[in-house]
Write a protein that binds this ligand. Structure first.
Ligand SMILES: Nc1ncnc2c1ncn2[C@@H]1O[C@H](COP(=O)(O)OP(=O)(O)OP(=O)(O)O)[C@@H](O)[C@H]1O
Ligand SMILES: [Mg+2]
Length: 191
């Protein structure tokens, strides 16, 4: 099996070359799948990443969630301590571009991890057994392990990001579901 590092490089190589139009089309399809899920409808507090570099886009979904009066929580990246601080936004104007090219909250409004009902998780590579590889710093593994029992983790990906099998270590947190433009993996029945 290829190493995490090799897999990241390979899949990022493909993703970085995607036409913007494909990213937008896939993102629209995936958003529509999410908003149809029972688990989405039942979730009051949703933690969602801010996309960058051809990740499945979340901006329209965030608009939709705010309009539906969901509580929207996004990551503030504390680089010094390599951790993510979940921070609530109440309108799009609460955002500003970070030095890395993704949006971050203008002002940190911390939310207790235990309040989160659903997390929409970014990733570089996933597999059909719901394993996930991110950018390699463990930011998401560290926050996801503190979620309350019953909180759901849904990985969002383009089809080519989901492989048959990838390496997983003890600290890697599995998804409950993965959604791509043409498939869903995981325990669909409970969603
Ligand atoms: N729960 C944890 N506690 C402490 N350190 C951790 C934890 N999870 C991951 N790490 C650290 O993060 C490093 C990178 O983890 P890993 O290779 O799984 O990253 P990743 O899942 O690809 O990244 P990310 O979660 O940021 O997208 C690990 O080598 C480990 O040292
Ligand atoms: Mg990991």
């Amino acid at each position: 099996m290829k190493s995490k590092k090799e897999l990241r490089k390979k899949i990022l190589g493909i993703r970085n070359k995607m036409p913007k139009e494909d990213v937008e089309n896939n993102s629209r399809i995936i958003m529509n799948k999410i908003i149809g899920l029972k688990t989405y409808k039942q979730s009051k507090v949703i933690f969602v990443y801010m996309d960058f570099k051809n990740e499945v886009m979340t901006s329209d979904l965030i608009k939709h969630m705010l309009a539906e009066k969901k509580r929207v929580v996004i990551p503030y990246t504390d680089i010094v301590n390599t951790l993510v601080i979940p921070s609530e936004i109440t309108e799009e104007a609460d955002l500003k571009l970070s030095p890395f090219g993704y949006n971050e909250p203008k002002k940190i409004m911390p939310v207790d991890v235990e309040e989160i009902d659903l997390v929409l998780v970014p990733g570089v590579v996933f597999d059909k057994n719901l394993n996930r590889i991110g950018f390699g710093k463990g930011y998401y593994d560290r926050i996801l392990k503190n979620l309350k029992p019953g909180a759901k983790k849904i990985g969002l990906a383009h089809d080519f990001q989901v492989l048959d099998e990838i390496p997983a270590e003890d600290h890697d947190i599995k998804m409950d579901m993965i959604i791509t433009e043409s498939s869903s993996y995981g325990d669909d029945i409970n969603f």
